[in-house]
Design a protein around this ligand. Structure first.
Ligand SMILES: *Cc1c(COP(=O)(O)O)cnc(C)c1O
Length: 400
């Protein structure tokens, strides 16, 4: 199937049609409707001329498993189509994708600017590791565009943010973000893991690289790790090249799981969005809840940006338990019967965690305060269970 191009005939296809069919051959091995899982670490050549034809790029094919495999190629085309981007590079995890992109694009003396609400391992990679290679990371307050513009120097190469951010769900004004970058001729990266291409379309606003931990909503079943970067083929060429050296490739079995998960992508997102909105509204009206962070709530600081840029607001809901210390907050988490206590999000099973304990336990209290992680914060990642069951469960946990 040829990938849809906006504004051309045939008309642009819907997200489910793209997620199900894009990137796949119509006629497959053994007339199978599903793609085969090709378990090969290496690929054979019929003769020396075939090797030469491949090296001279006269023939597109696989060579060695670290550089790619047939299933991975299908997924990359599918994810590029879903995102509305030209090309995609798949990685073994979201972190491998972040590391792979930044290692490709940055050299000694370069600087990047981050909005400070972000996945803690992304921050750790920049602050602890990129610094060892002489790359400077400047962190500015999330969604403070003036501070971001002011932090740009002639060495700045890239502006980086999540949208929505984790766990505060702040939403970036993509037009402002891209305008600052264009004015200073630097590139932009949005980690849109929490939004997914169903809810947010950063490329349409001119963002250069969109990154996803496909471990979350794209895979969607809490059963695989993967990451992807979508952008122009030209910009991703060097990224793909370094991935082949890093070896952070996804295995044939794993890409099959991801392909299978993507078939139901739109349907799953609709339920995640529905559950997230319903749980956020329920929690906001509960007397034991002090505050709810959810982009779909009018009370959310970034509701205007969310409404402007997003189709739906996702399954992640963060809230504070009123007048609760860390133990009383943990008691709420422990009283919940349906969501499982675990890190991660975006799968069919709802997950719940107290950020203090799960991701920030080893941080100093003053750092937790700086990152905005109070002891009474709970992060609920709504899965696909029935909305009323999740509400009833949170209700009994809060009222215990
Ligand atoms: C989970 C996550 C990552 C890291 O992805 P992995 O697949 O776990 O390596 C990066 N960014 C965000 C926003 C995430 O939620």
């Amino acid at each position: 199937m040829t990938d849809p191009t906006p504004g051309q005939s045939p008309p642009r296809l819907g997200p489910s049609t793209i997620a199900i069919h894009s990137g796949e051959s119509r006629q497959k091995l053994a007339h199978s409707i599903t793609d085969p899982i090709i378990c090969a670490s290496t690929y054979t050549f019929a003769n020396t001329q075939a090797v030469i034809d491949y090296i001279e790029q006269k023939q597109q094919r696989e060579e060695y498993g670290r550089y790619g495999n047939p299933g991975e190629d299908v997924i990359e085309k599918k994810l590029a189509a879903i995102e509305g981007g030209e090309d995609a590079v798949l990685y073994a995890s979201g972190m491998a994708a972040i590391v792979g992109l930044l290692m490709t694009k940055l050299s000694t003396g370069d600087e990047i600017i981050f909005f400070d609400e972000c996945y803690h391992r992304s921050r750790e990679f920049c602050v602890k590791h990129l610094t060892r290679y002489g790359v400077v990371t400047r962190q500015v307050k999330a969604c403070d565009y003036e501070a971001m513009a002011a932090a740009i120097t002639p060495q700045t190469k890239m502006l980086v943010s999540e949208s929505p951010t984790n766990p505060h769900l702040s939403c970036v004004d993509l037009e402002k973000f891209v305008a600052i970058a264009r004015e200073h001729q630097v590139e932009t990266l949005i980690d849109a893991t929490l939004a997914t291409p169903y809810n947010l379309r950063p490329i349409e606003y001119g963002v250069d690289y969109v990154l996803h931990s496909a471990t979350k909503y794209l895979g969607g079943h809490n059963d695989l790790l993967a990451g992807v970067i979508v952008g122009s083929a030209e910009k991703l060429d060097a990224v793909r090249n370094l991935r082949g050296i890093m070896g952070a490739i996804n295995s044939p079995h794993n890409v099959y799981l991801l392909q299978r998960g993507l078939k139901t992508f739109e349907l799953r997102m609709q339920r995640h969005n529905q559950n997230g909105q319903a749980l956020a509204e329920f929690l906001e009206n509960h007397p034991r809840v002090e505050k709810v962070y959810y982009p779909g709530l009018k009370s959310h600081s970034y509701h205007a940006e969310a409404v402007k840029y997003m189709r739906g607001f996702g399954g992640l809901v963060t809230f504070l338990v009123k007048d609760a210390d860390w133990r009383q907050t943990a008691n709420v988490v422990d009283a919940v019967q349906i969501p499982r206590i675990a890190p991660s999000l975006g799968g069919v099973e709802s997950l719940i965690e107290q950020p203090l304990v799960m991701s920030y336990y080893e941080q100093k209290p003053e750092d937790r305060q700086r990152f905005g992680i109070p002891d009474n914060m709970i992060r609920l990642a709504c899965g696909l269970e029935n909305t009323e069951d999740l509400i009833a469960d949170l209700q009994q946990a809060l009222e215990r």
